[in-house]
Design a protein around this ligand. Sequence first.
Ligand code: SIN
Length: 327
Amino acid sequence: MPHIVILATGGTIAGASDARSQAGYNAGQISAEQLVAAAPGLEMIARISTEQVATIGSQDMNETVWFTLAARIDALLARDDVDGVLVTHGTDTLEETALFLDLVVSGEKPVVLVGAMRPATALSADGPLNLLEAVLVATAPQARNRGTLVVLNDMIHGAMDVTKSSTMEVQTFRSPNFGPAGHVTPNGVVFFRRAARRPVTYILPPAPPLPRVSIIYAHAGMDDGEIRGAVAAGAKGIVLAGVGDGNAAKAAIAALSEAVAAGIVVVRASRTGSGPVMRNIEVPDDALGFVASDFYGPAKARVLLQLLIANGITTPGAVQMAFGGPI
Ligand code: SIN
């Protein structure tokens, strides 16, 4: 039987509440062993080992846990007796951890993140089935060499595109640009395309912190205040969650241009939730030294930019190559 190691971090999948309601629950109350025990049938699919890496709601996910996960996954996947790793995670920042792991963990064995929208004690909790399906994916030969995957609600997503799209719905995880990479069906795991995976694996510094990168959310009536605040706080990079095609008011664009002149890397992303941000369409990136985020939304662009700066990749041309090239 394949051997899958579950690294538990908390989240709603491990949350507890009154059984009739999902309101007012506490995330991260249920241990990894209890999660496994709640999914009968797992023992017929794989030999499961569990490790509790953290016990947090994912709003508190942080670089210390990210570095621990990356090191532990590297060590586990190097072992001949481990066939894949599962990470249980809160849904709120799951997509950021998935991209981080995709960008720093190499190798062919599956790494799968899984969460749930209803706490473990809710009626019709979705965690046990999601966990079982994630184990099915982690043990599937066709899941190898696809980078980090996310499994919830019968769907398999690639780390780059997947995003939480609804505060409440069970089917909250979507890949708005490319669609899911596959499904878990009663007949097994089916992939219908490769998850988009960047070919590069970035090197982590020996310990956190990663370089500070701020996200600035654009809006009507915007001025340069937030951007100047980010610069004053020591940002090494700024991601603009811009309107439309990654745009912002003239005062904000001027402040971002000043930030570039001061050595800060500026990436323009979009607050719209889907579609690419392209170079030199609405904003003269070449003239201002900006980078266009391609299909990376603001939260994911921030993770990638942190790793790029940590790896000494800071010129607009080199950063643009990591963000999909000069489109
Ligand atoms: C969290 O992200 O930890 C809370 C929400 C959830 O897991 O669905």
